[in-house]
Structures are given as structure tokens and as C-alpha cells.
Design a binder for this molecule. Structure first.
Ligand code: GLU
Length: 510
């Protein structure tokens, strides 16, 4: 890539960032880093009606947790700030004026009532009202009114907007890095408002002006902005500026593949659609987040990278570094990608089992504290927890699952699975278990291997089935017929505890 790569993620702070937004940020980041470029965060907060106070902080926190750091943005000033459009609002008017002067835009005085009237009138006739070349000469604007009349209205303080004057009878040839060549007939475009009567620019004007001033080389954004591309390219041309390259990312679809993934889908099917939990301050409604649901950001990012992109090989697990290395915008697909909550869990499971036992054990301690409360032994050997994690993590998806899988390593069973007890604790079991405690007491070098060997030899010498001993033993130690290798459990909890648990089971189960 010959030119200096500068890309931006330009969210509007209207609420929590949907995972689709994080995916857009991620692809921008990967593209920037792949090409030694700069990743900019720009907050597009010109629409005061939709502004939500805690949304910007949410965006920053979400990028932070996802480990997609921006190089320039609010709080990380570079040479192109400020990075909040509300702090740039004074600079847009002159660009709107420039387009009026060059004849690429015009003042429009049509009142909201008048426009509503036209819309309704068209609708009744089964048509759609579009403000553009075919009717603009008949509406109330600086194309239909005399220069004096326009000036008079402006001087009188009449409200106006500035509209773009779309060209007539032209086939625009656009290029998208993902979609290839796109042809658009300019006659279908409407004359979009660039500058509003409240003195604020619209998204279109502010976005183009800022992309130009911030020297953005590539615009990578969601597919929902594809219909705006023609206007944006025309705006660049009208200003006499070089346009950036464009890439419109495919939609993230509902698990059924029909329609865009929404918060409602997540609520209905039980998965989050936001990176972090979010509290809507107006309604008090709390939405779940990947972080709070126990996902590792690495798994979350890996999953997101595969929504719309794939490396073209069998490899599925990628660190962020590997993603940067492998990422190629040309390999992003055109069609929407179905969201798959099970696959997301699969990624999480993969990251959990490949993490160091020690790292997981540190995350497991707060879970233990939560469940055990005061009975959590603060002097518990850290190495003990690491070993437990090593024995059980294979079956876990989340750190929280480790409790369900291994609580018996930290407390003796309080009850026994009734069904399993009925089936496995029979006449004679108590005697066998008493005898087994004696056997366990005699093991000289107490290790997982010697425990297993000794018990097996003893069972063989008694000429009884293994299940007759092993199932009641498991019930005694675990409380249910689950858990890792029995001799590993007996070894880790220790000889005394093993014997005590067997005795206790004999007492309770008879
Ligand atoms: N502010 C727009 C948004 O909320 C930015 C679109 C773009 O990237 O051009 O998505």
C-alpha cells in the first residue's frame, strides 16, 4: 500500500455499542496494523436528539476490554483533533457555504409542514416523494427563487437547510474493496440535507469533512452505509478532494440467517449482543455483556473476526497478533454472516483450555470466594487450586463452570445424588467401604498412581466387580457420579479427607 494508511471507527454515541460495531472497529484496527497505519476513534455526536451521555464512555471501555486500542481519539490527542464532532461544530458551516458558492448545494426553505404535505400527497397516489432534480425547481429553494428573494428570507431570519444538488443523468462508477464495481444512476439520488436549520451539519457533511481533514485513507464500515457511498463520493468530487477507498462490511445476521442480528434475538435466545453489560439510564433496563457473561476478550475477538472474514485455511484460533498478520480485506465476504452463539462458546472453551492452569486458577479464586463465603480457606495452597484447575478445565467453558465441576475439591459433599445412591449403595457397600478405608490407610507412598494400584489390587483380590467399589467411592468423595479420575481426587484432597468422606458416607447412607 503506497499511501499512509489512516482508518477510523466513527460511532455515534446513541447507546451501547452492538457487537457489529465492535467488529467494524476490529476490522479497521486489523487493517491499520497490517499496513503500519493509524487507527482513529471519532465520536460522531452531532445529532443532539439521539445523544446518550454514558454511550461514549461505553464505547471507549468496550474497545479497551476488547483490546482494540485506538491510536488517536478523545483523550489520545493526535494532530487531527478534536475527535468529537460536537467540539468541531464551528468548522462545518464554511464547507457548506463553499458548496453553495460552487453551485453544488442550495438553500431550501420548505417548511416541515409543506414537506409532510408532499409526502402524504405522494403516498396517497402510491408514489414516494423524493426531493431531487425532478421537482426541486418547483419547491422553495435557491434554485427556484431569485437571488434577492433568497437573501431577503435569510436576512429576515427564516429557517433554511442546505441541500446537496445531485447531478442529473450520470452513471457513477464506484469501487468498493469488498463488493467490487458498483454503478449508480445519479437520477435516483435524493438531494440530501447537508446542513440543518439548527446550525449543525448532518452526518453526511460532517463525516466527509472530517474524513478529509483527518486524512482518512480507507473508510471501512457497515453495509448499512453502502447507500450513502454515492453521495459521499459526489461530495468529495464537489469539494475537489481525493476520496478515500471504501469497504462495506457484510451484515451480522440473526442465527436463522433472516435479517440483522438485534438485541431482541439475543434476549430471546439467551446470548448477549453487547461487549459489556449496559444499563439504560432512562429505563433502568440492564443488557448482558460478553465480559460479564464470562467470555475472555481473546475468544470474543477471535469469534468476531470470523464474522465475515476467514483466512481461507483450516485454522480457527488466532491471537490478535496472528489476526493482524493473516487479515486481508479482500477475503471479507459480501454476504451477511449468521451469528452462531454455540460457536462463540466453542471459541471460549478453546481459549479456556489453552490458558495456563495458573492464570485460570487466579480467576477461579473469586468464584470460590463467592460460593464458599466464610468457609473459603484463605491459606489454601495456591498450587492446590492450580492442580484442581488442571484436572477439570477440559470440561469447562467459563471459569464459573469450574465450581460446578469441582466444588468437591473445596468442600465435602453435603448430600448424595439420590438416584445414584439408590442404584450404587447396596447391601454390603458399607462393609466394603469400611474395609477400603483400612486399605487406604495402609498405602505407604500416597500418590495418585499408588492409590489407583492399591485399590485395584484389593478389588481384584476380593474378586468383585470394580463398579461395586468405584461408584460408592465416587459418591463418597464427590456426592455424585461425576468428576475426574478418582485416584486424582483422592490424592489431591489427601488421605485424611478421603477417609473422612468415606466414613461420613457410610454414616449417612448406611
Ligand atoms: N456515525 C456513523 C455510525 O454511527 C458512521 C458511519 C461511517 O463509518 O461512515 O455508524
Amino acid at each position: 500500500m503506497s499511501k499512509q494508511v489512516r482508518v477510523r471507527f466513527a460511532p455515534s454515541p446513541t447507546g451501547p455499542l452492538h457487537i457489529g460495531g465492535v467488529r467494524t472497529a476490529l476490522f479497521n484496527y486489523l487493517f491499520a496494523k497490517k499496513h503500519n497505519g493509524t487507527f482513529v476513534l471519532r465520536i460522531e455526536d452531532t445529532d443532539q436528539n439521539r445523544y446518550v451521555a454514558n454511550a461514549e464512555q461505553y464505547i471507549v471501555d468496550a474497545l479497551d476490554w476488547s483490546q482494540i486500542p485506538f491510536d488517536e481519539g478523545p483523550g489520545k490527542e493526535g494532530n487531527f483533533g478534536p475527535y468529537r464532532q460536537s467540539e468541531r461544530k464551528d468548522l462545518y458551516q464554511k464547507y457548506a457555504d463553499q458548496l453553495i458558492e460552487s453551485g453544488h448545494a442550495y438553500y431550501a426553505f420548505d417548511t416541515a409542514e409543506k414537506l409532510d404535505f408532499h409526502r402524504n400527497d405522494h403516498q396517497e397516489k402510491g408514489k414516494t416523494f423524493i426531493y431531487n432534480w425532478h421537482n426541486r425547481e418547483k419547491l422553495t429553494n435557491s434554485l427556484s427563487l431569485s437571488t434577492e428573494e433568497v437573501q431577503k428570507r435569510i436576512d429576515a431570519g427564516e429557517k433554511y437547510v442546505i441541500r446537496f444538488k445531485s447531478p442529473v443523468d450520470e452513471i457513477l462508477e464506484l469501487k468498493d474493496m469488498i463488493r467490487g464495481d458498483i454503478k449508480i444512476d445519479t437520477n435516483v439520488l435524493d438531494d440530501k440535507i447537508l446542513f440543518k436549520s439548527d446550525g449543525m451539519p448532518t452526518y453526511h457533511l460532517a463525516n466527509i469533512v472530517d474524513d478529509h481533514l483527518m486524512e482518512i485513507s480507507h473508510v471501512i464500515r457497515g453495509e448499512e452505509w453502502l447507500p450513502s457511498m454515492a453521495l459521499h463520493v459526489l461530495l468529495y468530487r464537489s469539494f475537489g478532494w481525493e476520496a478515500p477507498e471504501f469497504a462495506h462490511l457484510p451484515l451480522i445476521l440473526k442465527p436463522t440467517g433472516k435479517g440483522k442480528l438485534s438485541k431482541r434475538d439475543g434476549d430471546k435466545l439467551g446470548f448477549p449482543v453487547f461487549p459489556l453489560a449496559y444499563t439504560n439510564e432512562a429505563t433502568g433496563e440492564v443488557s448482558r455483556g460478553y465480559k460479564e457473561d464470562g467470555y475472555f476478550s481473546e475468544a470474543f475477538i477471535n469469534m468476531l473476526a470470523f464474522l465475515g472474514w476467514n483466512p481461507g485455511t483450516e485454522q480457527e484460533l488466532f491471537t490478535l497478533e496472528e489476526l493482524i498478520e493473516a487479515f486481508d480485506i479482500a477475503k471479507v465476504g459480501k454476504s451477511g454472516s449468521k451469528f452462531d452463539a454455540e460457536k462463540t462458546k466453542w471459541f471460549q472453551h478453546q481459549y479456556l483450555i489453552k490458558s495456563e492452569d495458573k492464570a485460570i486458577s487466579e480467576l477461579f479464586i473469586p468464584v470460590l470466594e463467592k460460593h464458599l463465603g466464610n468457609s473459603f480457606d484463605k491459606n489454601l495452597d495456591a498450587d492446590y487450586i492450580v492442580k484442581v484447575v488442571g484436572l477439570i478445565k477440559e470440561r469447562a467453558t467459563f471459569v464459573e463452570d469450574l465450581w460446578e465441576l469441582g466444588s468437591f475439591f473445596f468442600m465435602a459433599p453435603e448430600a448424595y445424588d439420590a438416584k445414584a445412591a439408590k442404584k450404587n449403595w447396596k447391601e454390603g457397600t458399607a462393609d466394603l467401604m469400611n474395609e477400603l478405608t483400612e486399605v487406604i490407610a495402609t498405602i505407604s507412598d500416597y500418590t495418585s498412581e499408588t492409590i489407583e494400584m492399591t485399590i485395584k489390587e484389593w478389588i481384584t483380590s476380593k474378586e468383585i466387580g470394580f463398579g461395586k467399589v468405584m461408584q460408592p467411592l465416587r459418591l463418597s468423595l464427590v456426592g455424585a457420579l461425576k468428576g475426574p479420575h478418582l485416584s486424582d481426587i483422592a490424592f489431591l484432597i489427601g488421605r485424611d479427607e478421603t477417609m473422612a468422606r468415606i466414613r461420613s458416607a457410610v454414616e449417612k447412607l448406611g
